[in-house]
Write a protein that binds this ligand. Structure first.
Ligand SMILES: NC(=O)c1ccc[n+]([C@@H]2O[C@H](COP(=O)([O-])OP(=O)(O)OC[C@H]3O[C@@H](n4cnc5c(N)ncnc54)[C@H](OP(=O)(O)O)[C@@H]3O)[C@@H](O)[C@H]2O)c1
Length: 277
């Protein structure tokens, strides 16, 4: 029987590329998203079904899992991909922006895992794949809140993997580098605070350099392949750096002292910045 994957945030970018790739490889795909009525491409694929799922709405998660199990006879792998970047200097972020970032990127992941666990535990099998980021293990300027969420999911997943292993449930983190998707455009939430101008030059430089990394980055297919590899990997390996500069940067981070690594990050992301004082 074909295996089944349920993917969150399948309307664009990495989630959509993963849905397409799993389907090409013969898997059943429960492609979940906030607004399935807008999706045309995936809806036409034979072994793909669309379900509404907002990671901040527990009822929608429960319903999507139930419907996917009914449609395909079970779920083997769940991919927590939905997420976005809230970006800018911390001082300009509103509490609401920070809350929504954690609600989506952290509590959203926990919400989905909470709903799938009884089923995976009962059948003593299942794979949970979280799309975190290389930014869950290293950091860059103007992404402090986003990094907070991705570091949270890295720590959470690592600890969770201990308690789920006895039930043959694998936890796997995919850590993409910069990938060209809507992440850098439509999905991004930018912090702005009227009257706060001291950071302007720093934001101008670091934002331009990080946007350039996104523009020059590979497409989401490279991450889709890595998710597929992790889904088929029956080992308990936790981490999968994926695409862009992620494998190289994460290896470098392990090899050199943190202060050296930060010097390298600053030389790239703060390139062109001249402090006023
Ligand atoms: N692109 C990168 O450079 C990069 C690097 C490392 C990690 N990542 C991670 O990769 C994941 C996918 O991002 P992407 O690059 O593919 O960006 P994207 O094209 O903007 O896709 C983000 C997806 O998340 C969905 N989403 C947002 N909030 C949601 C919610 N409350 N419930 C359900 N779905 C929600 C969006 O749905 P709507 O269409 O409804 O907005 C969209 O489908 C994210 O977790 C991101 O942090 C991206």
């Amino acid at each position: 029987m074909n295996k089944t994957v349920l993917i969150t945030g399948s309307s664009s970018g990495i989630g959509k590329a993963a849905a397409r790739y799993f389907a090409e490889k013969g898997w059943n795909v429960a492609a979940t998203m906030r607004t399935p009525s807008k999706e045309t491409e995936l809806a036409g694929l034979p072994n793909v079904r669309l379900f509404r799922l907002d990671v901040m709405d527990a009822d929608s998660i429960r319903q999507a899992i139930t419907d996917a199990r009914t449609a395909f006879g079970g779920i083997d792998v769940i991919v927590n991909n939905a997420g976005y970047g809230a970006v800018g200097v911390f001082e300009a972020a509103t509490p609401e922006q920070i809350q929504r970032q954690f609600d989506t990127n952290v509590f959203g992941v926990m919400n989905v895992i909470r709903e799938i666990l009884p089923y995976f535990r009962e059948k003593r099998d299942g794979t949970i794949i979280n799309v975190t980021s290389m930014g869950g293990l290293i950091t860059f300027p103007i992404y402090s809140v986003y990094h907070g969420t991705k570091w949270a999911v890295e720590g959470f997943s690592e600890a969770l993997s201990f308690e789920l292993r006895p039930f043959n449930i694998r936890v796997k983190n995919i850590e993409p580098g910069a990938i060209k998707t809507d992440f850098y455009e439509r999905s991004m939430d930018l912090f702005r605070k009227d009257g706060l101008t001291d950071y302007d030059e720093y934001i101008r430089v670091t934002y331009a350099n990080s946007q350039k990394a996104g523009a020059d980055a590979p497409g989401p297919e490279v991450v889709a392949k890595k998710i597929f590899q992790a889904a088929n990997d029956r080992s308990f390996r936790l981490r999968y750096p994926a695409g862009g500069q992620s494998p190289m940067l994460l290896a470098l981070r392990r090899m050199v002292p943190l202060s050296w690594f930060h010097g390298i990050v600053r030389s790239v992301v703060e390139k062109g910045f001249r402090p006023a004082v």
